[in-house]
Design a protein around this ligand. Sequence first.
Ligand code: SF4
Length: 223
Amino acid sequence: MRVSEIFASVQGEGPSLGVPAVFLRLAQCNLSCLWCDTKYAWSVGEDVPVDRVVEEILTLLRTYSKIKLVVITGGEPLLQRDDVRELIVRLKEKIEYVEVEVETNCTIDPSSVLEVVDRLIVSPKLANSGMPEDLRKCSTRFKDLPDSMKSKVYLKFVIEDARDLSEVEEIVRFFGVSSSSVFLMPQASSIEELTERLKVVVDLAMKTGFRVSDRLQVAGGFR
Ligand code: SF4
């Protein structure tokens, strides 16, 4: 699989915010969002056999023996969904307590990975990403998911201002998930932007019942 980096840190966003984790960042993406904070992963990567990736993750999990979460992120991990599925299955064979969450931009059929993952963090891109609508629209496979799959899905939206809300609500209706599975997160690459846009996000959350996600990696300056 095409790998950008493997490292241990703390999940900075979304439903597992604050949880220590081993991160596998896969290279390549099918989008090129204006404010992407991992542009280096679009092209920089190394081809690594799945077995070796599993071993590198296990080495980190042994080094940090209290970590129980593995996050597969990108880039867009589902561009390599067959390898991602195989990796999750092999990891869970080796360490049964490990939980795996995969992050995706919503554009690719998630079915095979949803069967084996614990959480799928779906971050549909809004107009503020600068991507044309036809490129960023969600895979139709996300509609009418059975409850057993839907319960694994969390939505995470990057918000610039209050005008983003109508797009968010349309996508939430498409997914049919409850507001407790929806996170609004400020678009921010600096502490100043984070502080300013958190106020917008908090205001929208109070009006909608959606949840707020901070971005610890921006606030703390870590990856
Ligand atoms: S989908 Fe994610 S990784 Fe890809 S360009 Fe957009 S923000 Fe970056």
